[in-house]
Design a protein around this ligand. Structure first.
Ligand code: MF3
Ligand code: CO
Length: 240
C-alpha cells in the first residue's frame, strides 16, 4: 500500500503542476493515465461501476467549482478563477490508494482560497486525531471543528481502503467525540473532508456521476490515504 500511495503522490504532483488556465479535464486525465501506466500501476477508477451506474470512464475525478466530487473529465478548458478538485485512485499489485486535492486555477477570489485552506486544514486535523485507540467520532469531530461557517457535506465521507477502494468503515465529516469504532494499528483509511460556501445539500447530475452542490455554491475536497500506526498516522499518499 505504501507503493500504491507513493505512485499516487507522484502522479498527483504532476497533475497539480499541470493545472492552469487553458488545460482541459480530458488532457489532465490522459496525463494521469500515462503517468500511472509508466509506473506499472492501474487507474483504480476506470471502469468502476457500483450500484448500476455506468462504468466510470476516467483515471481522475475532475470536479470544477460547484461540482463537489465525481465530475467526469471533459473538454472544457479551465479558466482563471476556477477551483478544481482532482481525485486519483491508484492500484499497485492489487493494493489501492485514494487521494485528492482542490487547486486554484491562476488567481482566484480570496474567499475561495480561504475555503480551500479550511478544507485542507480539516483533513490535517482529522489525520492528527487518527491515533490508535481514538474513535471514529474523534476524527469526524476534528474535521467538523475546522468548518466554521462552511457547509459540511453529509452525503459523502471517508472510508477504509485496502484491496478495494471502498471498504468499511464509512467516516463522516462531522461527529461526536468518544463515539464510534476504535482505530487500531494497521488499519488504512481515506479521510476526505468536503466543505462548501453554502449549504450542505448535494445532487447527482444526469451523467449519474457528477455530484454538484444543490445551491450551486463552490465546494472543496481534500483526501489522503493514511495508515494507523502506534502514534501519528502515516500518510501514504503525501506529495513530497
Ligand atoms: N475517490 C472517490 C472516493 O473517494 C471515488 C471515486 S468514484 C470513481 O470515494 F468512480 F471515480 F471511481
Ligand atoms: Co475516497
Amino acid at each position: 500500500m505504501r507503493e500504491a500511495g507513493r505512485i499516487n503522490a507522484e502522479v498527483r504532483a504532476i497533475l497539480r503542476e499541470a493545472v492552469r488556465p487553458g488545460v482541459s479535464g480530458v488532457e489532465l486525465d490522459t496525463l494521469a493515465k500515462r503517468e500511472i501506466a509508466r509506473r506499472d500501476a492501474v487507474p483504480t477508477f476506470v471502469g468502476y461501476a457500483p450500484g448500476g451506474r455506468p462504468p466510470y470512464p476516467g483515471a481522475i475525478c475532475y470536479s470544477v467549482n460547484e461540482v463537489l466530487v465525481h465530475g467526469i473529465p471533459d473538454e472544457r478548458r479551465l479558466e482563471e478563477g476556477d477551483i478544481v478538485s482532482i481525485d486519483l485512485g491508484v492500484t499497485y499489485r492489487g493494493w489501492v490508494s485514494d487521494a485528492a486535492f482542490t487547486a486554484p486555477v491562476g488567481h482566484v477570489a480570496p474567499e475561495l482560497l480561504a475555503l480551500l485552506d479550511a478544507t485542507e486544514r480539516a483533513m490535517w486535523a482529522g489525520i492528527e486525531a487518527a491515533r490508535p485507540e481514538a474513535r471514529l467520532g474523534d476524527v469526524s469531530h476534528a474535521i467538523e471543528s475546522c468548518a466554521n461557517d462552511y457547509g459540511i457535506v453529509r452525503d459523502y465521507g471517508g472510508h477504509g481502503v485496502g484491496r478495494e477502494m471502498h471498504e468499511p468503515p464509512h467516516i463522516l465529516n462531522f461527529g461526536k467525540p468518544g463515539t464510534g469504532m476504535k482505530l487500531k494499528r494497521g488499519m488504512v483509511v481515506a479521510l476526505e473532508p468536503m466543505f462548501s460556501l453554502g449549504g450542505p445539500a448535494t445532487e447527482e447530475l444526469s451523467d449519474r456521476w457528477s455530484v454538484r452542490m444543490a445551491d450551486r455554491s463552490y465546494s472543496a475536497h481534500f483526501e489522503e490515504t493514511i495508515a494507523i500506526t502506534d502514534g501519528e498516522a502515516e500518510v501514504l499518499t503525501l506529495i513530497a
